[in-house]
Ligand binder design. Structure first.
Ligand SMILES: Cc1cc2nc3c(=O)[nH]c(=O)nc-3n(C[C@H](O)[C@H](O)[C@H](O)COP(=O)(O)O)c2cc1C
Length: 384
């Protein structure tokens, strides 16, 4: 059994961000263009700070590849920072509420919250997107898509169907990564007015994964459950305050007879699920329906109109420090969540299919897909 190892390193104003991916099968084509496209999507979105124009991220593969393909060795991905002034950064002594600044300064024994900000900064999510972008491209090559989009900002809801064939085009055309061109202008206006007022805003997004075979994750142990693994991965994104699968918190006010997704014969020896309130996972195992994840992001905590804080060197009341900052990062967070979901799904897939090399991996996925069909045939019967 293989697990997809994944670590990141790097600081906001250091040389750059690094991700190491372990146990990717050998012989996989590493689609750098797809990764760069996802990195660019992470930087876009109305309401982001000027830094996003400065950075223009792209990925470089430092190890684990030969002639554009994986060789079964750890893969190191590198995203260079343009803004590399970590050693020249002035000391910052006024922690920002809502950030790791205060607790981090106490924990790591410093009065300079810049030491904490450097690693706590969401700049780290560029490394996640580099690794997750690669995972998503591997999943795409075996028929699994992972699609993130914004569903609400500052209370303004956006509709749209992520399963529509034009969904990607609609999302690309949206300045906030939504599927609802009608809602976008109101959201842009809201972000503009909050920016003028020195304030910030949060929102919600969804990630939908289609083509996931039955059988990823397990009911057998608490930390094998696919829903728990996705929730942890998405909750680990800075500023994410809730993660739901399927109907999520709405499930609490539903009733059993109308809530649960019926299991019906599809007429071809397989099963049909006419609804998907479970969000593609039952008992911690993927059930073949689209996996639907929803998450909520809090308002950005670096506000220009400053929040109350103290100076750590004097203990006296002072305004929190303000550093260049986004007004709204929900569109970017949806891309990071897409990356994290892809990493969990690829990890769960490698757990159940042999994955030393690409041939084993692809035939393992095919066998896994066939198992779901075979189970519903009467014993001894063969499909015509
Ligand atoms: C993509 C992305 C971009 C972010 N950009 C900013 C930012 O510009 N300024 C800021 O103060 N917080 C930003 N955040 C949020 C902080 O990183 C986050 O609120 C902080 O790390 C602590 O929040 P938590 O304890 O809720 O994780 C961003 C988060 C994400 C996911």
């Amino acid at each position: 059994m293989k697990r997809l190892g994944f670590r990141t390193a790097g600081e906001s104003h250091g040389k750059g961000l690094l991700a190491i991916l372990e146990n990717l099968p050998a012989g996989i084509t590493l689609d750098i263009e797809a990764v760069d496209k996802m990195l660019r999507r992470r930087q876009r979105g109305f309401g982001r700070s000027a830094r996003q124009n400065l950075e223009q991220d792209s990925v470089e593969i430092l190890t684990g590849a030969k002639r554009g393909k994986s060789i079964g060795a750890p893969i190191t991905l590198w995203v260079r920072n343009k803004d590399q002034r970590i050693d020249d950064y002035r000391e910052l002594h006024r922690p920002r509420p809502g950030h790791a600044d205060l607790a981090g300064a106490i924990k790591y024994g410093t009065h300079d919250v810049a030491n904490i900000m450097e690693r706590a900064s969401a700049r780290e999510t560029a490394a996640r997107v580099a690794a997750g972008g690669l995972a998503a491209s591997v999943l795409r090559s075996i028929g699994i898509s992972v699609f993130g989009y914004v569903t609400q900002i500052g209370g303004v809801r956006c509709g749209g169907d992520p399963l529509h064939r034009d969904a990607e085009t609609v999302r690309e055309a949206s300045v906030i990564g939504s599927l609802d061109p009608k809602a976008d202008p109101e959201i842009v206006k809201l972000i503009e007015s909050l920016r003028d007022a020195g304030d910030t805003v949060g929102g919600e997004f969804s990630v939908v994964a289609c083509g996931v075979p039955v059988g990823l994750g397990s009911h057998a142990q608490w930390d094998s459950r696919l829903d728990g693994r996705i929730a942890q991965a998405v909750m680990s994104i800075p500023a994410i305050k809730s993660v739901e699968i399927g109907f999520g918190s709405q499930s609490a006010s539903a009733q059993g007879l109308t809530y649960h997704d019926p299991i019906l014969p599809d007429g071809f020896g397989g099963v049909a699920r006419p609804s998907n309130r479970a969000g593609g996972i039952e008992g911690g195992i993927s059930n073949g329906m689209p996996i639907v994840v929803r998450a909520a992001m809090k308002p950005i905590p670096t506000v220009r109109k400053p929040l109350a804080s103290i100076n750590l060197t004097t203990g006296l009341a002072e305004d929190a420090v303000w550093e260049r900052s986004d007004v709204c990062s929900v569109p970017s967070a949806s891309v990071v969540a897409e990356a994290m979901t892809a990493l969990v799904l690829l990890d769960a897939l490698l757990e159940v299919v042999a994955g030393d090399n690409v041939e084993q991996f692809v035939s393992g996925v095919t066998a896994l897909r066939m198992r779901a069909n075979g189970l519903t045939l009467p014993e001894g019967a063969s499909r015509a």
